[in-house]
Design a binder for this molecule. Structure first.
Ligand SMILES: *Cc1c(COP(=O)(O)O)cnc(C)c1O
Length: 343
């Protein structure tokens, strides 16, 4: 393939899975030092010691960011500075050299620019950006390892739901917890996701799309899904569980709160939400970079299924989703400075 050949991708066949791209960013940092430098290298497999900290003790964290082609013809990032801040928090929590958010954003921009031909056309998906930090030096005893690798890998993806947005069918899981108080649920640490696989497979085998997890202490309050935050709407008030230490502070969650209160004039409360609140809501929806804003149509708790808003996307979820997607695609004015053109 010559250097100026554009990738031959059937944009309409993309789902939410891996498509290889031109390059990836890599930087390393020894413990006690600062993140700096790094290079774009051709996309390929990597080699790693089988004793690497990430492989043996789960010393790994990640992020999820999207780049879009906008209505103005730009390639834009959505709030990548917030992902950088969260990466700083996650690296610190998992005993890695704390990453500076500006270093993070700079690496993301470099990687997107170098892979710009892999950003799907306007309205046909996005370039999913997956920044990771792994403990890559070999280690035997349980301890933070001595060297860390930061990589930014990317893949073009189609819409998360190919057949259009279909309300989710969820189970309130009473057998497993996602994260414990004072644990690592508020960091995007890889261990959280290995813990959620077994309950996820069980829920899928029972016909559900995902789990809703309760707080591990009282088993009374709604926390979130395995990889998305949750909102309920009733009597003119939009509520989402307050960040209590075991919930992942989603950037979409925070953006939805701001769009709802500042643009749509809806009362927003970050508070405790009981299962009764959830089941009696007029609307329930979940949020995340991958799912954006997706309605929840059915919820099963202790074997009993409750239909929410007649298993349809409600007007509030619809309005918020349209606003958020409109801002992301530069279709409507961005009053918050959330969108960053990188081309
Ligand atoms: C990534 C993630 C979210 C959503 O966060 P965004 O920043 O909105 O993408 C929510 N919950 C969990 C557990 C997550 O890992």
């Amino acid at each position: 393939m010559s250097l100026d050949t554009k990738p031959n991708i059937d944009w309409d066949s993309l789902g939410f899975n891996v498509t290889e791209t031109k390059s990836m960013f890599r930087s390393t940092c020894a413990i006690g030092e600062k993140w700096s430098g790094g290079d774009l290298i051709p996309y390929s497999d990597i080699s790693l010691s089988p004793f690497a900290g990430v492989l043996n003790y789960g010393q790994g964290v990640f992020e999820g960011v999207k780049a879009f082609r906008s209505s103005k013809g730009n390639v834009v990032l959505f709030r990548a500075d917030m992902n950088g801040k969260r990466m700083a928090f996650s690296t610190r929590r998992i005993c890695m050299p704390e990453m500076d958010p500006d270093f993070f954003v700079d690496a993301v921009i470099k990687t997107v620019k170098d892979n710009i031909d892999y950003v799907p056309p306007y309205g046909r998906g996005s370039l999913y950006i997956r920044p990771v930090v792994w403990g890559t030096a070999p280690i035997l005893g349980v301890s933070p390892t001595s060297e860390y690798t930061f990589m930014v890998i990317v893949s073009p993806v189609g819409p998360y739901f190919k057949e259009g947005i279909k309300p989710l069918n969820l189970k309130v899981n009473t057998d497993y917890h996602r994260a414990a108080p004072k644990g690592i649920g508020n960091a995007k640490a890889i261990g959280n996701y290995s813990a959620s696989l077994f309950p996820l497979m069980e829920a899928k085998a029972e016909g559900f799309d995902e789990n809703i997890y309760l707080d591990a202490k009282d088993e009374k309050f709604v926390e979130e899904l395995g990889s998305a935050n949750v909102f309920i709407y009733k009597d003119g008030v939009l509520k989402t569980p307050a960040l209590n230490g075991s919930i992942l502070g989603g950037i979409t969650r925070q953006s939805v709160c701001q769009v709802a209160s500042d643009i749509l004039g809806i009362t927003v409360k970050e508070t405790e939400i009981t299962v009764d609140d959830l089941l009696s809501a007029e609307e329930v929806f979940c949020t995340g970079t991958a799912v954006v804003v997706t309605p929840v149509g059915r919820i099963t708790y202790q074997g009993k299924t409750t239909e929410i808003n007649q298993n349809q996307m409600g007007p509030i979820a619809k309005k918020i989703r349209e606003m958020l997607v409109g801002i992301q695609r530069e279709e409507i004015e961005d009053p918050f400075g959330w969108v960053l053109p990188v081309n």
